[in-house]
Design a protein around this ligand. Structure first.
Ligand code: ATP
Ligand code: MG
Length: 424
């Protein structure tokens, strides 16, 4: 016997006992996005590596060490998308979508990062992202946060908290950068290699370090709020005022910076404590400079990306949802009844009742084993076709949950109205 080839490290399979959670999660979240006026976009999984270098930034975890990059047959470097914002910006520019036209867009799909696999950190993972172009905010930022909060409510998540910060305008960021470099330069002995490498190229990233040894020097670092100009203050205060008025709770975390280079003004994370270390389930903020940096007209932009893997884990681990039945109706038949007669009936029933989920017992199973499967499917009713029913053109219907409902024999039209009446 040959050995089964196993899947790649950091990748996973979604088995049927989990797929229903993915389906329901994706449906719930994308429906809410549509309710808020967001339209779906889809873009390729493969892009030119240059796109991510220029849009995400050279000195970032993602670009420096997490991308799956290889050469095309023509020798051009291409990469599997590690996130969606770079591609969204490329796409709206290439398709002229934001030419004098604000856009509220969303995407849903797999992303790829070559990270050390651990709980909540996979090499292929799924994100739903929202990206808004053409609004300066903070109204649209506030609506974005209210919408995500609505998502947690509809998904039944508790214990999620919102952390907010502002990175200010490019001008205050530059000022803050210098102050940060000066601070870290006084503590070179405690900086790890990565921090030293980033000290001059991207010192804000040091604040994002997860190295516990550096926690004290990060704690004592100057905070951006002391270096905001009036424009940055007004924008951030404007957002906080709307959230306060709408009753959305948040915590200001002055050390919150986003891993990617293109953010400005407000940045945020939704965090749960129910998932251990990888507790951020949604993160985003404003990236007003990115469109221009990518060759477009200056266009304000804001958005977020939500990690679906972590949400699925949360829902399954805390049993937030009950598995639903996989069928409405299970058709049990005597093996002596001719197959074409059974299939003709089920095809007719499917047309008569759109959306009907009906499993037909295949093969030569006994009545007993067919009923066992019917119970397991969670179906509301079994339709039984024995030889007698077949000869009389009748159908027996047995309720599988409601013990008070007597088994009944129905003609075809009566069966259709019975199912229409009893199945929602
Ligand atoms: P972290 O600091 O946890 O590495 P990040 O800053 O790299 O996060 P983003 O690029 O902002 O994450 O991605 C947004 C969301 O996507 C994260 O909050 C998380 O929920 C999810 N996510 C990111 N990387 C992974 C991964 N490797 N596996 C699973 N989910 C991920
Ligand atoms: Mg990361």
């Amino acid at each position: 016997m040959s050995k089964t080839v196993e899947r790649l490290r950091g990748m996973y399979d979604v088995t049927p006992d989990q797929a229903w959670v993915w389906q329901k999660l994706e449906t719930t979240v994308t429906q809410i996005l549509q309710q808020y006026g967001y339209q779906e976009i889809r873009f390729p999984i493969l892009e030119k590596t240059a796109l991510f270098h220029s849009a995400i930034g050279e000195v970032t975890d993602v670009v420096e060490k997490e991308m799956f990059t290889f050469d095309s047959r023509k020798g051009e470097s291409i990469s599997m998308r590690p996130e969606g914002t770079a591609s969204t910006v490329r796409m709206v520019l290439q398709n002229g979508l934001i030419f004098n036209d604000p856009q509220k867009l969303y995407y849903n799909g797999p992303m790829f990062r070559h990270e050390k696999p651990q709980r909540g950190r996979n090499r292929q993972f799924s994100q739903v992202g929202a990206e808004v172009f053409g609004f300066e905010g903070p109204d649209v930022d506030a609506e974005l946060l209210l919408m995500t909060c609505q998502m947690w409510q509809q998904l039944g998540l508790k214990n999620v908290r919102l952390e907010l910060n502002t990175l200010g305008t490019p001008a205050c960021r530059e000022n803050y950068r210098q102050v940060l470099i000066a601070h870290f330069e006084q503590h070179l002995d405690v900086l790890d290699e990565e921090a030293k490498k980033r000290l001059h190229s991207n010192p804000l990233r040091i604040l994002d370090s997860k190295n516990p040894a550096m926690r004290p020097v990060i704690e004592s670092a100057p905070v951006i709020s002391d270096h905001l100009n009036a424009e940055a203050e007004t924008h951030f205060q404007g957002l906080c005022d709307i959230l306060d008025a709408c009753g959305l709770d948040y915590q200001i975390n002055r050390k919150l910076v986003r891993g990617l280079d293109y953010y400005s003004h407000n940045v945020f994370e939704w965090i749960t404590d129910d998932l251990g270390a990888q507790g951020t389930i949604c993160a985003g903020g404003r990236y007003d400079r990115l469109v221009e940096m990518q060759g477009g007209k200056p266009t304000p932009a804001t958005g977020f990306a939500m990690g679906l893997d972590r949400l699925v884990e949360l829902i399954l681990e805390h049993q937030l949802w009950q598995a639903e039945a996989t069928a409405d109706v299970y058709l049990v038949r005597d093996k002596a009844v001719p197959v074409p007669a059974v299939l003709a009936l089920t095809e007719q029933l499917r047309q008569a009742i759109p959306g009907l989920r009906m499993t037909v017992s295949m093969g030569q199973a006994s009545f007993k084993s067919q009923f066992k499967k019917a119970d397991k499917s969670g179906a509301e009713f079994a339709i039984i076709i024995g030889l007698e029913e077949h000869e009389q053109q009748m159908f027996s219907v047995k309720a599988l949950h409601d013990r008070n409902m007597a088994q009944q024999q129905l003609s075809y039209p009566a069966l259709v109205s019975f199912l229409q009446q009893h199945l929602t």
